[in-house]
Design a protein around this ligand. Structure first.
Ligand SMILES: NC(=O)c1ccc[n+]([C@@H]2O[C@H](COP(=O)([O-])OP(=O)(O)OC[C@H]3O[C@@H](n4cnc5c(N)ncnc54)[C@H](O)[C@@H]3O)[C@@H](O)[C@H]2O)c1
Length: 293
């Protein structure tokens, strides 16, 4: 897609971090933007700031784990702007710990937001994009964690590997249909956002009783590594810039070029050689720090 002005973007997880930066970047290109998030006050603040700068925006409270919420988001988008061109399935959360100690609720929450949120976005918006028969682009937020595996973050890695595989399959399906809809998988390294405070919006149905929480020191270790990685992560605006360029260039993979790539290559080499998985955490350069983001 080369032309952005006047076109419509929908972004989930738009009240904070990468989603907010995407909304700002799209608005700066003259797009109409629908911001969706589970956090209404932060959502209103983000949308209000963009509106003050003259952007044509809407704010829609959404829990992406709920298909009906995402369908309502599409309805409101079409009612407000009559069309949709760019869909960023971006909302995401993190929970760490040992695979066998993590409560089921952690699995349900992380997979519910990170994977089911993307599934609902695809199942709701792709038929609309196909029906419009205009240019369109779906951006699914995975992570460099979707190309690597590290201990104490299996739920997150698993959810992001699934998003990447799902996005690649979607890319094939749309290409084989000769569709004008393009797909990208966004795979950032550590980014300076509030993902390390994502517990703030965990819905009650996904909360484990306090005594059911993973008590392992490994959980604390990975959560503090995440906070450190986020503190020194790159600015969300730089990620938004990459996304815009990828949409323009019709590029599927939006990857980091830091130490996370080395971890990814080490994994691919192991697979190619039929070796057991190496433990290859990203070795800190400028921004990466070893937490699985
Ligand atoms: N920050 C990083 O280092 C990093 C790296 C790679 C990938 N990512 C991915 O980027 C995406 C955005 O995360 P971020 O880092 O900007 O974090 P963030 O916490 O700053 O923003 C995430 C937003 O998603 C919203 N959200 C959470 N649950 C939701 C739900 N059920 N429905 C709707 N909205 C919901 C939150 O309220 C928040 O506004 C996530 O998918 C994350 O996994 C982040």
């Amino acid at each position: 897609m080369k032309r952005f002005r006047g076109r419509v973007a929908v972004v989930t997880g738009a009240a904070s971090g990468i989603g907010r930066a995407l909304a700002e970047r799209f608005a700066a290109e003259g797009m109409k933007v629908v911001l969706a998030d589970i956090d209404p006050p932060a959502l209103e603040a983000a949308a209000g700031e963009l509106a003050e700068r003259g952007a044509d925006v809407r704010a829609v409270p959404v829990d992406v784990t709920q298909a009906s919420d995402v369908e309502a988001l599409a309805d409101q988008t079409l009612r407000a702007f009559g069309a949709v061109h760019v869909v960023c399935n971006n909302a995401g959360v993190f929970a760490g710990g040992l695979s066998w100690e993590a409560p089921l609720r952690d699995y349900e929450w992380v997979i519910g937001v990170n994977l089911w949120g993307v599934i609902h976005g695809v199942r709701t918006f792709v038929p609309i994009l196909l029906e419009q028969n205009s240019e369109g682009h779906v951006v699914n937020t995975a992570s460099m964690a979707g190309l690597t595996t590290l201990p104490y973050a299996s739920i997150y890695h698993m959810s992001k590997h699934a998003v990447l595989a799902y996005s690649e399959c979607l890319h094939h399906e749309l290409a084989l249909r000769g569709s004008r809809i393009r797909v990208s998988a966004l795979c950032p390294e550590a980014v300076a956002t509030r993902i390390d405070a994502c517990e703030r919006h965990r819905p009650p149905r996904f909360r484990a009783a306090a005594d059911r929480r993973d008590p392992s020191p490994e959980r604390e270790l990975v959560e503090s590594a995440l906070s450190k990685a986020v503190e020194t992560g790159i600015a969300p605006g730089a990620i938004a810039e990459r996304v815009l360029a990828a949409i323009r260039d019709e590029r599927f993979y939006i990857l980091s070029d830091d130490a996370w790539r080395d971890s990814c290559h080490a994994r691919l080499e192991d697979i190619r050689a039929g070796r057991n998985p190496s433990f290859a955490p990203p070795v800190a350069r400028d921004h990466a720090d070893g937490a699985s983001t």
